[in-house]
Ligand binder design. Structure first.
Ligand code: PAF
Length: 325
């Protein structure tokens, strides 16, 4: 190599050595369940899609935290970027969300997913903004069923006097009081010790949660009450999204849609196999539940929700049909 070219070469090498490493942005995403769960499936799809679309300029750090209220507060103050949470505690931050927590509001998964993806769901997501949060996309937890350590539950009379852990959710608590149960709100992190110590007799959660958290180890009876659909939502701190370029925000939204698909697919798969799995693990499963009796017992609570929540919105949700359906 001619001697006069060496300084240029050395200069290029030196600039390579001092060139800053490609800037990388870390996104912290917390949720309450094991990685091998319907939330884990959503979080993993978000991570893989965002990292792929941005050539790893964005890295998603998935963490577990089984206190959903605490996670929402952390997103609000910006100590974490995003959370996937059930709507359990969300109504305490965005009151309009309480409407989708009403028991027996959604007929089935197609109804719930259709409503949440429609302008009704988009309208609810828009209400996160004035609360210093971004409601990015609806995911799901699933239809909730009752488990307990005392007896088979077929009808409302069977839950009378039963101490049932509920989420920190006023709508759910009101409904369980109407059934004559003793609702005991607490964070999910406190649930297993409370069941072990007998502070509560029962709890209610979707099949994917009961399976992923081995609740069969602390509960004997499962009743397929499907008394309420439990939506979940991806919530982020506004500054996290505002710092992104328009192109990266579009990548983030694509990753959020991938999360929604993966989460819903996993819920459907767990619903299909979960009840048999729980029987195999020794739970007594009550399939013949008197749904009409549960709905009748909830009549006073329903009348109250029409007044205290958004009655017109509740009717729109009930009347919703898929396009052409
Ligand atoms: O019961 C709850 O608190 C929620 O369903 C859970 C398990 C944290 C999932 O969102």
């Amino acid at each position: 190599m001619p001697i006069f070219r060496r300084p240029a070469l050395l200069g290029a090498l030196a600039s390579l050595l001092v060139a800053p490493a490609m800037a990388q942005t870390q996104i912290t995403l917390q949720h309450a369940l094991p990685l091998n769960s319907h939330y884990g499936a959503g979080a993993t799809a978000l991570k893989e899609t965002l990292e792929r679309l941005t050539n790893n300029r964005f890295r998603v750090n998935i963490q577990r935290n089984d206190n959903e209220r605490e996670m929402i507060e952390s997103v609000q103050i910006g100590t974490i970027d995003c959370t996937i949470t059930s709507t359990g505690p969300v109504g305490n931050f965005v009151p309009a969300v309480r409407n989708v927590d009403v028991p027996f509001l959604f007929r089935d998964y197609a109804h719930a997913r259709g409503v949440l993806d429609s302008e009704i769901g988009q309208g609810l997501l828009a209400q996160f903004t004035p609360r210093g949060l971004v409601g990015v996309i609806w995911l799901e937890n699933g239809f909730r069923h009752l488990t307990n350590s005392r007896r088979e539950v077929n009808a409302p009379a069977d839950v009378r006097g039963m101490k049932v852990r509920t989420m920190e959710n006023q709508v759910h608590m009101r409904a369980f009081s109407a059934l004559g149960a003793l609702p005991t709100p607490m964070a999910f992190s406190e649930l297993v010790p409370a069941l072990q110590q007998g502070t509560v007799d029962g709890q209610e959660n979707p099949i994917p949660v009961i399976v992923a958290n081995n609740l069969n180890q602390v509960q004997r009876f499962l009743s397929l009450t499907a008394h309420v659909y439990s939506p979940a939502v991806l919530i982020c701190n506004p500054a996290t999204l505002n710092r992104m370029s328009a192109a990266d925000r579009a990548h983030f939204m694509e990753a959020a849609r991938a999360a929604q698909r993966a989460n819903r697919e996993r819920v459907s798969a767990d619903e299909a196999s979960g009840v048999d799995e729980l029987r195999r693990r020794g739970m007594t499963v009550v399939t013949q539940v008197d749904t009409a009796a549960f709905q009748a017992a909830l009549a006073p609570a329903f009348a109250e929700f029409e007044r205290t929540l958004d009655g017109a919105l509740l009717r729109r949700i009930r009347d919703w049909r898929p396009a052409g359906g």
